[in-house]
Design a binder for this molecule. Sequence first.
Ligand SMILES: Cc1cc2nc3c(=O)[nH]c(=O)nc-3n(C[C@H](O)[C@H](O)[C@H](O)COP(=O)(O)OP(=O)(O)OC[C@H]3O[C@@H](n4cnc5c(N)ncnc54)[C@H](O)[C@@H]3O)c2cc1C
Length: 457
Amino acid sequence: MTKTSLRDRLNDVTTVLTPDQIGALDPVIDPANTQGALAVAPRTIDEIVAVFSLCNDTRTPVIPHGGRTSLAGAVAASGDEVMILGSNMPRVLDIDPLSQTAHISANTTLAEAESAARAHGLTTGIDLAARDTATIGGMVSTNAGGMEAHRNGTMRNRVLGLEAVLPNGTILSDLAHVRKCNEGYDVKQLLIGAEGTLGLVTSVILQLLPEPPAPHTFLLALPDAAAALAVLQTLHRTQGIDVLRAEAMWNAFATKNAELQTTNPLMTLPNAPLYVIYELHVPTGTAEEVVFAALEPHFETQNVLDAIAAQSMQQANDIWMIREDTMSMGTVYPHSEWFDISVPLAHLDSFVKLVETRIAALNAGLMIHVLGHLGDGNLHYSIAHTDPIPDDLKAQIKPAVMDGLKDIGGSFSAEHGIGTEKREALQKYGDTGKLHLMTMIKQMIDPYTICNPGKVL
Ligand SMILES: Cc1cc2nc3c(=O)[nH]c(=O)nc-3n(C[C@H](O)[C@H](O)[C@H](O)COP(=O)(O)OP(=O)(O)OC[C@H]3O[C@@H](n4cnc5c(N)ncnc54)[C@H](O)[C@@H]3O)c2cc1C
């Protein structure tokens, strides 16, 4: 079917964007994110059904769009696809304070959902730096993790119910508001983390949590990950201290990124191999005194080299900017390969050192920038060079970061998903039985491969 006749047929069932409107879309991460052939913005679930039915009948590929903040190339287009936007869908944000649940439409940003929950003294229990742009639909579809996953789990653990349109136009409506709901196979789980390859999520029921009280922010200088984990264990085990977040930044990332910020909170700390931001809730006593008393043995053994307790919201924000503003580093080091891996905590220190040795052996000009969610062992690596990295070196960098993870119980793909970037790795490191089942599920639900083709499998 020609593009013109497809546009005409889509126009009969929904709102089709003009080329100018497509040109005005923000690709956010990657210019390819908005380079589909056509874009539609349905106003109702019936219009989504009609778009899917038409695209299924005509074997036209579609890409569900959220906020386009995917770090795995999961919304990238090849030029043939119909991009389905959530911008015209009604915004649903119904909070039930009694059961601590929320019915939220997929097009809602995380920041909007969080603000609605906070108005009732509740929280979504999930947070990430792209909060103002990432949508609940995109987060469900990537099974997003973020800074609170070590306490509250990933998106999969927050979803009680889900509504979606499948590639053949079938509506899956499983909008349970309850935790206990054993009604046969839990098929909604298939849509969570599917990266738009099995259908389009329209809304979800999220389990909310009581809003955490105001936190205290501490920035610690540490000798290595083993010390940071020993500190974390002490904080977890000290009565009267609740660990909300623990975000790690190794020296090369922290020092460079701190330099790029307007205020550099590292100036008052010694140059250390590792810096960790611990965000803590201390309900009684003076937070600084309680925390430093708990950490006293670690100061004595040099497990902690030095520490700052933020004295104001501004100082806390300055500290958090080093961790959250990862985009500045991307601008300074445009030639870099990114990784998002999970390492069991017992192996964290040795694995970081192993990757360092492997990368140094490949090329002396490679720089390693590491940061991550310490509490669940999720590390983000950027392996950068001042010059463009040739393909053969890129091919060697991948196993240098990912090899061996499976053997120690970790994962080559932690929270950003597979998208286009990790398809090869999925085939290399994925379990054969699991890959077989995934292929069968994809064939059954999307036999004509119209849903986000070229992603995941
Ligand atoms: C600065 C920054 C920090 C980040 N930090 C984190 C972090 O800490 N943790 C983390 O997990 N991620 C993080 N990310 C990655 C990203 O924000 C998440 O992957 C997020 O879940 C993507 O949401 P989105 O709405 O932007 O989805 P998009 O990027 O638009 O889409 C992502 C995937 O979901 C699919 N999709 C989108 N909406 C739907 C829908 N309604 N139905 C079906 N499929 C859909 C798309 O087709 C695509 O496959 C970060 C990104 C940035 C830029």
